[in-house]
Design a protein around this ligand. Structure first.
Ligand code: NAD
Ligand code: ZN
Length: 370
């Protein structure tokens, strides 16, 4: 067995740990903060990771109820939520029952939401199996499903009792999904640690190739950074630290909306472009250097991520104005001006609500034409 790390998330009575390591699912019960004893166990899994889910179930021993759902945004719906609740209730779920959500961010958000509302809340264990879920969505307690009016509009803040990140599960994850998750790792360096970003510039390819040591360190540092931010600002209060996690995301959400969530553009891919645009906007406003912006761009490009809007919409049906309107509609904007996360250099992010529309449009236009 390789290296194993435990990262605490300090949230008072809702504190929990993230365990990161290779093959930790094989002795999963040893990593839980509670005894399973007579508790009923429910394993909700993405069908793409059925093998990993079965491994987990046998490690938990005995009486396990299993249900497979499909991956992809479609599963974050009322229909699938109802199926999950039905499954739990028809197997006589109890207040002491435990739900394990095994899969990517979709299964985690769906399973987390179901666990938070069934019987007003049962114990939840997140078992993320995408790189994105291991460094981002499984940590922090946001759960939810999508509405026709927009993504993630229905949900709860509900902290898991534990997060088990088994890096061995990533071996089956397609390279495109690994790259998308990697963009979120880069985000942590750019928002809060120049040192981490500099390390990623040398270790990036090893991480994508699933080199165990590099992968472990990257996930651990990312989780530590997210845990620290979430510990300061559990519920994303106005003016709280959590807003920094939106670096690149104001742009990314608009690009995702413009592409229609049809799988053409993965969330992490949109984030990669969004990070570059956030740096270009910061450079345009004189906050950081062109040289740093170039560094961000070269890093992402060098690892096969996209850096310009032109790469996803060669003949844009959505021009700069339309993208700007989508940003203004994003739930994170309030009182007219859009909140942007800008950088005073790599590792130094802050929120600003004073960005002129013209500056944003100029950055968008040049990226559409690039
Ligand atoms: N709760 C949060 O704080 C938070 C944060 C970021 C993102 N999210 C949400 O996360 C979702 C995106 O997560 P995602 O990128 O993990 O998407 P996902 O769950 O759809 O997984 C991506 C794809 O990988 C497949 N897959 C998963 N694990 C695999 C494995 N080990 N091997 C092979 N295939 C595997 C899935 O079936 C799917 O096709 C979005 O819905 C987003 O809103 C939530
Ligand atoms: Zn994201």
């Amino acid at each position: 067995m390789g290296k194993m790390n435990t990262i605490p998330v300090s949230l008072g009575t809702r504190a929990y740990s993230i365990v990161v390591g290779q093959n930790i699912l094989e002795d999963a019960s040893a990593h839980l903060p509670f005894a399973l004893n007579e508790r009923k166990i429910f394993v909700l899994y993405d069908r793409a990771v059925e093998g990993h889910a079965k491994k987990l179930s046998s490690a938990l021993g005995g009486n396990v109820h299993m249900k497979g759902v499909s991956g992809g945004e479609g599963a974050k719906s009322f229909t699938v939520l109802q199926e999950v609740l039905d499954w739990l209730l028809s197997h006589k779920v109890e207040r002491t029952s435990v739900l394990f959500a095994v899969g990517g961010g979709v299964t985690g958000d769906l399973g987390g939401f179901a666990a938070s509302i069934v019987l007003r809340g049962i114990t939840l264990v997140q078992v993320p199996t995408t790189l994105l879920a291991q460094v981002d969505s499984s940590v922090g307690g946001k759960t939810g499903i999508n509405a026709v009016q927009g993504k993630n509009l229905i949900g709860t803040f509900y902290q898991p009792a534990a997060v088990l990140c088994d890096t061995a599960t990533l071996e089956t994850l397609p390279i495109r999904e690994r790259r998308a998750g990697f963009a979120e790792i880069v985000k942590y360096g750019l928002l809060g640690s120049a040192e981490f970003f500099a390390w990623l510039e040398t270790a990036g390819q090893d991480i994508l190739d699933l080199n165990a040591a590099a992968l472990n360190d990257a996930i651990e540092t990312s989780c530590r950074m997210k845990a620290e931010i979430v510990g300061e600002d559990e519920r994303e209060e106005a003016g709280g630290a959590r807003v920094l996690l939106n670096l690149g995301h104001t742009f990314a959400h608009a690009l995702e909306a413009a592409c229609g969530y049809d799988g053409r553009l993965l969330h992490g891919e949109a984030v990669g472009i969004g990070l570059v645009l956030a740096f270009r906007l910061s450079a345009r406003l004189g906050l950081c250097s062109e040289q740093e912006t170039r560094r961000v761009e070269n890093h992402l490009k060098g690892l096969g991520l996209m850096t310009d809007i032109a790469e996803i919409m060669p003949k844009p049906s959505h021009g700069a104005e339309a993208l700007y309107d989508l940003m203004a509609q994003d739930k994170k904007s309030s009182g007219g001006k859009i909140g942007f996360i800008l950088c005073r250099g790599i590792g130094k992010a802050f929120q600003s609500r004073d960005v002129e529309k013209e500056d944003v449009l100029a950055v968008l236009r040049s990226s559409i034409k690039a």
